[in-house]
Design a binder for this molecule. Structure first.
Ligand code: PRX
Length: 656
């Protein structure tokens, strides 16, 4: 990697103008913002015609904060919108999914007609097992086509899915099943991860020991591993689904019918079941997929490299792309299943045009070095997206240069499980982009950045991100806890949605996300974002990844402790390590301010991450403050944090 200074990049590449070639053909055309701003509800009413309805809505919005009803008198079926409509329109032979297994050479092609047959059979099977309109069904699956099929079949019969990421433990699964009183579970015997089997059915069995309400479990045979069996409760997919009719007459449901629950962590310990309803959510998913990921169903091969166990998989693998009739890659494995070049081989083989992934993955790919993507033809790519956390400018530039060949626009999309779909992002072809900035509110979305009293802050000032008006895909609640919904999101600034993120507008009014409010530090009375310091550290040529926490400090209130992984090419030890730490501290002081200079930098081979790839700053804070460690069960590798604690005690503070 050439030695390029972050500041120099920002200077040179402060802004990328929309590419005229992209703009000419982009779905989102100039005028879109103005149309939406002048009358957002009317604009959303127009977007509702992206869906096929049984009873088209005559109403748009009823709003009594925090309760919203969108398109209230419409009726529709979500799975018809994703599948039947395309077959009915003569596109049954179009590929819906190129499924790529963890193991090399194991691939399946599924057309929209295949998908309709599979969803229909599964809908019949669910009905046979007793699933009814209004039930909740837990889905605990690997990334296989049956996972998508199960979701669509569940909503086809008017039930709601609650997908639990396959990496969660039995306890986590049990608490989610019980919280929403799921009576059915769809799972597989296991999943493949880098060639080895991770069991799923055994975790379900363990979970169900404390879930007496569950009546039936439908199990896909994926790995062939021996699994325990409870007669009468457990059913093999191939026994129950494959003998069913491939045609299924759908029912239609009300616009505000519960579509799914998605559990997510909040500031308190218990995960909350975020409640999404049918029509508004689908309108949001379809519209944002069309405009931001520039859906071109005739020519695109899209790849949202996320797990269906998270909201990104729901909105941008299942609902958004399928409503738009896209051809997608669905990949079961890890980025390095079968080698660190696996992603690039998949892109090359299928001619992937749109790639949407998380900054943490980009940084991992970056750590492996640009020689790996360089050895592949990535010329089919035309648009790149990121989601999930603030992207540091260095990763953004690497993505642009080494993946996008400096020709693909990058859409940095800010949103949350609770928002359902993208809220802040550039529109490719219209909005200029800046490395690290999510830029501006999407059409139909109202955003503001406010101070403690709810007043808008000026450009250049950090504040709380709020959404100022209801939007179709907004969460309708927290399952079983309307009060928590109101108090978490709608009471801090009444009538406005409190996102829990910090943000600021730059001198041009473009929006930069600063991370969760809980990660904002106060150093000697100066507010600094952990993200800002991390950006700076990652901007140093030696650094691959960095996590920063504000540890309590007698003198300054909080002081910065940074945990840093180095690029393979920059690994050093002994005196060289001390020197490198000093140069990193100086680097932060010069790129941000001497106030931001970390008190201590710990060089570590790895950072503790959850199975969804998020760095566990809470645990790092425990380490930094020499406390006993909290819950480490959600980590991919719980030993990492102990190793860091040992490193921490063997390093003294790098004080001046
Ligand atoms: O802090 C923001 C961060 O992720 C949070 C939402 O997490 P979750 O509900 O798991 O959804 C992730 C996928 C949508 C937000 O509160 N976040 C998400 N996208 C971005 C982001 N932070 C900065 N930039 C983003 N593009």
């Amino acid at each position: 990697m050439p030695e390029v200074k972050l500041e120099a990049w920002l200077e040179e590449t402060r802004q990328f103008a929309p590419s005229p070639a992209f703009a000419a053909d982009a779905n989102a055309q100039p005028g879109i913002y103005e149309a939406a701003i002048s009358d957002p509800a009317a604009w959303w009413r127009t977007q509702a015609y992206r869906l096929v309805w049984d009873q088209p809505p005559t109403q748009t919005l009823e709003w009594d904060s925090p309760n919203a009803r969108w398109f209230g008198d419409g009726t529709l079926n979500a799975s018809v919108n994703c599948v039947d409509r395309h077959v009915a329109a003569g596109r049954g032979d179009k590929v819906a999914f190129h499924w790529v297994a963890d193991a090399e050479g194991d691939e399946r092609t599924i057309t929209y007609r295949d998908l309709l047959s599979m969803v229909s059979q599964t809908a019949h099977a669910l009905t046979e097992l007793g699933v009814q309109k209004g039930d909740r069904v837990a889905v605990y699956m690997p990334m296989i086509p049956e996972a998508v099929v199960a979701m669509l079949a569940i909503v086809r019969v008017g039930a709601a899915h609650s997908v639990v990421f396959g990496g969660f433990s039995a306890d986590a699964l049990a608490s989610r099943i019980n919280d929403s009183d799921c009576r059915f579970v769809v799972t597989a015997d296991g999943a493949f991860r880098r060639g080895s089997i991770s069991p799923l059915k055994p975790a379900v069995d363990e979970a169900l020991a404390s879930c007496p309400g569950v009546k039936s479990v439908l199990v896909v045979r994926r790995t062939g591993a021996e699994v325990g069996w409870v007669d009468g409760r457990d059913h093999w997919w191939h026994d129950v689904v494959e003998r069913q009719s491939t045609t299924h007459l759908p029912e239609f449901f009300e616009a505000e019918h519960l579509l799914f629950l998605m559990y997510t962590s909040g500031t308190t310990g218990t995960p909350k079941g975020i409640y999404h309803t049918t029509a508004g959510y689908l309108v949001g998913a379809a519209t944002t997929y069309f405009n931001v990921l520039d859906a071109k169903p005739e020519s695109d091969v899209s790849w949202t490299a996320a797990d269906i166990g998270w909201i990104t998989g729901h909105s941008y693998i299942v609902y958004g792309p399928l409503i738009n009739g896209m051809t997608q890659v669905l990949y079961e494995g890890l980025p390095d299943s079968g080698g660190q070049d696996r992603w690039w081989r998949i892109i090359e083989k299928y001619g992937v045009t749109v790639l949407y992934t998380a900054p943490t993955t980009i940084r991992m790919l970056m750590k492996w070095g640009e020689d790996i993507p360089r050895a592949h033809d990535l010329g089919s790519l035309r648009l790149l997206g990121t989601v999930g956390e603030p992207i540091n400018p260095e990763a953004w530039m690497w993505y642009r240069e080494h993946v996008g060949g400096n020709r693909c626009p990058i859409v940095d999309t800010w949103w949350q499980t609770e928002t359902g779909t993208m809220m802040i992002a550039p529109l490719p072809g219209i909005t200029a982009t800046k490395p690290g900035a999510a830029m501006r509110a999407l059409p139909g979305i109202g955003v503001d950045i406010v101070d403690n009293d709810g007043n808008s802050v000026g450009n250049g000032e950090a504040g709380y991100l709020v959404l100022t008006a209801p939007w179709p895909s907004m969460a309708r609640g927290i399952y079983g806890d309307p009060e928590r919904f109101r108090s978490t999101y709608w009471s801090r600034f009444p009538g406005r949605y409190f996102a829990g993120d910090g943000a600021k507008r730059d001198e041009n009014g473009d929006i930069w996300l600063l991370g969760r409010i809980d990660d904002v530090m106060n150093i000697s009375g100066h507010r600094l974002s952990t993200t800002e310091v991390e950006h700076s550290l990652v901007g140093h040529p030696a650094v691959a990844e960095a996590a920063v926490v504000g540890a309590s400090d007698e003198l300054t209130g909080q002081a910065i402790v940074a945990f840093v992984t180095l690029k393979q090419s920059a690994l050093v030890d002994g005196d060289d390590q001390t020197e490198l730490i000093e140069s990193l501290r100086r680097h932060v002081a010069t790129t941000i301010s001497p106030i931001a200079k970390p008190r201590q930098i710990i060089l570590t081979p790895e950072l503790p991450k959850t199975r969804s790839g998020k760095i566990m700053r809470r645990l790092l804070l425990d380490v930094a403050e020499h406390r006993s460690l909290g819950d480490v069960t959600t980590l991919t590798d719980p030993t990492v944090v102990n190793m860091i604690a040992t490193l921490m005690t063997s390093h003294s503070a790098n004080d001046d």
